[in-house]
Design a protein around this ligand. Structure first.
Ligand SMILES: Nc1ncnc2c1ncn2[C@@H]1O[C@H](COP(=O)(O)OP(=O)(O)O)[C@@H](O)[C@H]1O
Ligand SMILES: [Mg+2]
Length: 564
């Protein structure tokens, strides 16, 4: 109970008590003064006063002898002159003391005041009270305090509960809704009644839920569309993670690689799943380059199957490779058709070769007949010329189909490209007038006959499509891996929109001009095939009326595993 600071409370109470006793003692003192020295009257006064005040009243004379006492017979009482409170009072002041009374067995409070008459202390009135009342009062106070404390606490708790319920009810509801939303039900909303903080929170919460639901709908729309596309496309898709484990495979992939339909693929190694080790080469190339790679692979399972496979790196924000996406296109049918076309062209050209040679031979014979009419001579010349053109086309077509089908044995050796160009120049100088300027040189692994054909075709074009005499500049630049060759003329040029098509077979910008100059429209197609067969690339730049630059690259070395 010390918490309530009872000592302080006690002190206040006691000093109050002291003051009361002093006032009473002073009043009694007034009466005593009148009654002195009548001892009997004083004894009566003590008894009366004690009855009225409830305190013990003791009256002593100036020597300390007891004149009256409310509890004992004064004649049997010892001298009180030495009691501290009485000593004080005899000195003219108010004396106060607390002591344990062995007679009564409690702690007592004593207050003594002097009774003065003509400036002299004649007697002392002493009042005393047991302090056990104070102790009792202390407990009583403590009890009251405890009860009020409990009541206040209870009220506080009650108020707290009411307030908390008001606050937490909507929060609890929100929690429930959030949990519901987390498990997928995005249609739930929080109900709110008031526009207080909680109401505002609920409103923002609902708005957030609306946005979330809309976004989720968008995502699921996109996902569904994507799913439909992936499930119905003819292209096979396989997504593998960095460890080579399958993360996704669409139905087309399963079909193309003839995987039993209900095999579970997720988490399995892709090579084991697809049973095709050629895929590893593409995946490795993608991993090491972090760039898309494409390759054609052939499967020899049930019949031959040709697949165009594209590997695409899947990178995260830090450009770190997370996996590889393989897109597989079954091009078996396409390849078969292309083969049919190539075979057809080769067969037709081959079949036409002999009859056309015969026609040309007979036309030549008729032409040489001395008795010919003019008309016969003219017609047989036309037949002879056209048959010659046809022969050229057929020869070109045969060359082209040989190159296309890979039916040529390349005799590759390290050769100076400049010397091949010089040879082509020498050959064409026999028929045409033109300037040829060569710069630099480069040695590459090439087939002499085919590269002679490349330069013949390019120079022939430069001459044909320039005003005579044509100026041709050829430059060679060699670096570690390839030779870069440019053939530049100052001729008529090619319109920009025609540029992408000039390497197609039979494509001519100006058909009439090409025919007049004996073109077949096959020259550049042959050039492109020869360069690509050597592992190089070809291209063109041109400005109409200003000239053209045909350029190509050839590797200086053979790719691994290939020899001349
Ligand atoms: N150096 C050039 N300058 C302008 N046009 C050219 C040049 N080279 C080729 N071409 C254009 O490209 C077409 C295709 O060339 P090519 O395949 O060699 O056939 P062609 O038999 O007509 O020469 C030509 O008809 C011509 O229109
Ligand atoms: Mg040509």
């Amino acid at each position: 109970m010390g918490v309530f600071s009872f000592p302080a409370l006690k002190r206040v109470y006691i000093s109050h008590l002291e003051e009361n006793l002093r006032q009473e003692a002073l009043l009694i003192g007034e009466v005593v003064r009148e009654k002195l020295p009548d001892e009997k009257a004083i004894q009566n006064l003590a008894l009366l006063a004690a009855r009225d005040t409830g305190a013990r009243v003791t009256i002593v004379d100036q020597q300390g002898s007891v004149l009256g006492d409310s509890e004992k017979d004064p004649r049997q009482m010892e001298n009180h002159g030495q009691r501290p409170e009485i000593k004080e009072a005899l000195a003219g002041k108010t004396g106060v003391a607390q002591r344990f009374s062995s007679t009564l067995g409690y702690q007592m409070l004593y207050v003594a005041v002097p009774v003065e008459s003509s400036g002299e202390v004649k007697a002392v009135v002493r009042m005393s009270l047991p302090l056990n009342e104070v102790a009792k009062l202390q407990w009583y106070l403590a009890l009251i305090l405890l009860i009020s404390f409990l009541m206040a606490g209870g009220a506080g708790i009650f108020a707290g509960i009411v307030l908390a319920r008001r606050l937490t009810a909507p929060l609890c509801e929100m929690t429930e809704v959030v949990e519901d939303m987390a498990s997928g039900n995005l249609e739930r909303r929080v109900y709110y009644h008031e526009d207080d903080v909680i109401g505002k929170l609920a409103k923002s919460f609902n708005r957030m839920a609306d946005t979330l639901a809309a976004k989720m709908r968008q995502i699921s729309d996109v996902t569904n569309r994507l799913k439909t596309v992936l499930n119905t496309t003819g292209n096979g898709f396989l997504l593998i993670n960095g460890a080579g484990k399958v993360e996704y495979a669409n139905p087309a992939f399963v079909r193309i690689f003839r995987i039993p339909p209900d095999t579970s693929l997720l988490g399995r190694n892709y090579l084991e799943v697809a049973g095709c080790y050629e895929l590893a080469r593409i995946v490795e190339a993608v991993i090491s380059s972090k760039k898309p790679q494409s390759r054609e692979i052939t499967l020899y399972g049930r019949g031959e199957q040709v697949l165009a496979v594209q590997g695409v790196p899947v990178l995260d924000e830090g450009d770190f490779l997370k996996g590889v996406l393989l897109v597989v296109n079954d091009i078996t049918q396409l390849k078969r058709l292309e083969q049919v076309r190539k075979d057809f062209v080769a067969d037709v050209s081959h079949e036409l070769k002999t009859p056309i040679t015969v026609i040309r031979g007979f036309a030549e014979t008729i032409l040489e007949e001395p008795e010919n009419t003019e008309a016969v001579t003219e017609f047989s010349r036309i037949i002879y010329n056209e048959a010659g053109r046809m022969e050229k086309i057929i020869k070109n077509l045969l060359d082209l189909s040989k190159l296309e089908t890979g039916n040529v044995q390349l005799k590759r050796e390290p050769l100076s490209l400049r010397s091949i160009a010089e040879e082509a120049g020498r050959f064409l100088k026999q028929k045409h007038d033109f300037f040829l300027e060569l710069q630099g040189d480069g040695v590459a692994m090439v087939d002499y006959d085919l590269f002679l054909q490349v330069f013949l075709n390019l120079f022939d074009n430069a001459i044909k499509y320039s005003r005579p005499p044509a100026r041709i500049e050829v430059s060679f630049e060699e670096n570690k891996s390839k030779v870069f060759v440019k053939v530049k003329d100052e001729g008529i040029g090619i319109p920009e929109r025609e540029l992408p098509r000039v390497f197609e077979r039979f494509y001519r910008v100006d058909k009439a001009r090409s025919r007049k100059t004996g073109g077949t429209g096959l020259g550049l197609a042959i050039v492109k095939h020869i360069i690509e067969l050597h592992g190089g690339e070809v291209g063109v730049q041109s400005r109409l009326g200003q000239g053209s630059v045909f350029y190509f690259t050839v590797p200086t070395m053979l790719p691994c595993g290939q020899n001349g």
